[in-house]
Design a protein around this ligand. Structure first.
Ligand code: SF4
Ligand code: SF4
Ligand code: SF4
Ligand code: F3S
Length: 424
C-alpha cells in the first residue's frame, strides 16, 4: 500500500491510494461548549437533502448525547472495540508519543497505534481495506436515543439527593456531539468502494458518491468509521452528506456568486459552528494562512481538535472540547491535544476571544480576519492567573477580500425607549 502523510497522527501511514491533495479543503470547527441540542442543524439538512421516500432514517447531520448516545447506536464504542481487538492481536499499544510534538506539522505528537487501514492490513488474511462493521436497521432507527442521559450519577437507589458538581470536571456529565461527514483527507469510504464510485473533489476536498456508478455494495457503509454513508433501500444506492456543494460553489440563489456556509452551519442559533476552506500544499499539509479563522483555531490556537484522529482518515471536522467532561474520555475522543485546548479555551487570549465572535456571524464563508485593538474592559483571576478582556473589533473578509462582518468583543446592547416597552 502507498504511504501518505497524516499530520494529525504526526507520521506516514498506509492508505490504498497515493495522496492527491485538493487545492482547498472544506473544513469546520464546532464549539461543543455552546451547543444547546436544539437540532436546528439536523432539520435544516433533512429539509434540504433527505426528505424523500427511502430517506426516512437518514440524518446526514445529527447531534448525539455523549457518552451513551450515538447515531447509529454505539457507533464509536463499536469501532473502538474493533480497533482494540486489532491492537491485541498485533501486540501493539494504541498510545501517543507526545514528546515528538512539533509546531503545526505534528501538533499532537506521534500516534504509535494502528489506524483502521493498518488494523485491516495486520489481520492474518486481510479481506477489507479498513476495519469496520455494517450497522443493523435497528441501530439506524433513532438519531438520538439516550438524549440528555448523564453518566456518573452518585445517588443510590431511592436516594434523590445528588452531590453538587462544579468545574473543572463535573461528577455527573454529558455533552452534545454534533456530527456531519468529515470530508476526510484519506476517506475510508472512498478507499473501500470496489466500484470506485466515491471521489474527492480537487477544488474543495468535498467527498461525493457518484449515484450513477454506485451499485449499493455497502463496503463504504462498513468502512466509514464515522458511519456517515447511508444506504437508501428505495434506490439501492448509498448516499451521504454532500457538504451543500452548490452553496460552496456560490450557486445558491442568495449567494450572488460568493461561497456560502452549508445549511447546517448557517442555521445554528447556538453559534457553535464556523465553516471554511483551508489552503493545502501538494504534500497534503495545510499551507500557512495565518488569518484564516479555521487555520487559526486548528493550527495556531490549537483549541479545535479532530474527532477520533486515531482512526486515520484525517477528518476535516474539528471540535473545541467541552470543559466539564472527564479528561480521559476526551483524550480518547479528540487525542492528546485536549488538556492544552481546554486550558486555552477557559482563559482565551485576546485574539482567540475576538475570533470566537466570528462563529455564525454571516452566511458567507470568511476567508480572512483582522483585529482592531480596543480598550481593556474587564479583568479577573482565572485558574490562579490574571486574565484581561479587551473590547477588540474583529472584521471578517470574504473570498474577494470584501468586508463581510464587523463585530466587537463586548456585544453592543440597545435599550428600548420607555415609550416603546415592546415591539408589537
Ligand atoms: Fe447545536 Fe447549533 Fe445544532 Fe442547535 S443548531 S443542535 S446549537 S449545533
Ligand atoms: Fe467518507 Fe466517512 Fe470520512 Fe465522510 S466521514 S469522508 S463518509 S470516511
Ligand atoms: Fe447536510 Fe449540507 Fe450539513 Fe452535509 S453540510 S450535513 S449536506 S446541511
Ligand atoms: Fe461503492 Fe458504497 Fe456504492 S461501496 S458501490 S459507493 S454502496
Amino acid at each position: 500500500m502507498p504511504e501518505v502523510y497524516n499530520w494529525q497522527l504526526g507520521r506516514n501511514m498506509s492508505y490504498p491510494y497515493q495522496a492527491a491533495s485538493p487545492e482547498l479543503q472544506w473544513a469546520f470547527v464546532f464549539n461543543i461548549n455552546r451547543c444547546i441540542a436544539c437540532q436546528t442543524c439536523t432539520f435544516a439538512c433533512k429539509a434540504t437533502w433527505t426528505f424523500s421516500k427511502g430517506q426516512e432514517y437518514m440524518w446526514w447531520n445529527n447531534v448525539e448525547t455523549k457518552p451513551y448516545g450515538g447515531y447509529p447506536r454505539f457507533w464509536d464504542i463499536k469501532l473502538l472495540e474493533i480497533l482494540d481487538k486489532a491492537h491485541t492481536s498485533a501486540g501493539k499499544d494504541a498510545s501517543w508519543d507526545t514528546s515528538q510534538r512539533n509546531g503545526t506539522e505534528r501538533p499532537y505528537g506521534t500516534y504509535q497505534g494502528l489506524t483502521v487501514f493498518e488494523g485491516a492490513q495486520a489481520e492474518a488474511t486481510p479481506t477489507e481495506v479498513a476495519l469496520g462493521y455494517e450497522p443493523t436497521d435497528d441501530e439506524w432507527a433513532a438519531p438520538n436515543l439516550y438524549e440528555d442521559t448523564a453518566t456518573g450519577l452518585t445517588s443510590k437507589e431511592g436516594d434523590t439527593s445528588l452531590e453538587s458538581t462544579g468545574l473543572p470536571e463535573h461528577k455527573s456529565w454529558f455533552f452534545y456531539l454534533q456530527r456531519v461527514c468529515n470530508h476526510c483527507s484519506y476517506p475510508a469510504c472512498l478507499a473501500s468502494c470496489p466500484r470506485q464510485a466515491i471521489y474527492k473533489r480537487p477544488q474543495d476536498g468535498i467527498v461525493l458518491i457518484d449515484q450513477e456508478r454506485c451499485r449499493g455494495y455497502r463496503k463504504c457503509v462498513s468502512a466509514c468509521p464515522y458511519k456517515k454513508t447511508m444506504y437508501r433501500p428505495t434506490t439501492r444506492v448509498t448516499e451521504k452528506c454532500v457538504a451543500c456543494y452548490p452553496r460552496i460553489e456560490g450557486k445558491d440563489p442568495l449567494a450572488l456568486g460568493q461561497p456560502l456556509e452549508t445549511r447546517c452551519m448557517a442555521v445554528c442559533p447556538g453559534k457553535i459552528r464556523i465553516q471554511g476552506l483551508v489552503k493545502k500544499n501538494l504534500d497534503g499539509s495545510w499551507a500557512e494562512d495565518r488569518y484564516n479563522p479555521i487555520y487559526f483555531l486548528v493550527k495556531v490556537a490549537k483549541v479545535a481538535l479532530p474527532l477520533y484522529p486515531q482512526f486515520g482518515t484525517e477528518p476535516n471536522g474539528y471540535y473545541i472540547p467541552p470543559r466539564w467532561a472527564p479528561k480521559p474520555y476526551l483524550r480518547q475522543m479528540f487525542g492528546p491535544g485536549v488538556d492544552a485546548a481546554i486550558e486555552r479555551y477557559i482563559a482565551p487570549d485576546r485574539e482567540l476571544l475576538a475570533v470566537q465572535q466570528l462563529f455564525r456571524a454571516t452566511q458567507q464563508i470568511i476567508f480572512q480576519y483582522e483585529i482592531i485593538e480596543g480598550p481593556k474592559v474587564f479583568e479577573a483571576v482565572v485558574n490562579g492567573k490574571n486574565w484581561e478582556m479587551f473590547n477588540d473589533t474583529v472584521v471578517g473578509y470574504g473570498k474577494d477580500d470584501q468586508e463581510l462582518v464587523r463585530l466587537q468583543v463586548n456585544e453592543v446592547q440597545y435599550t428600548r425607549p420607555a415609550e416603546r416597552p415592546n415591539s408589537i
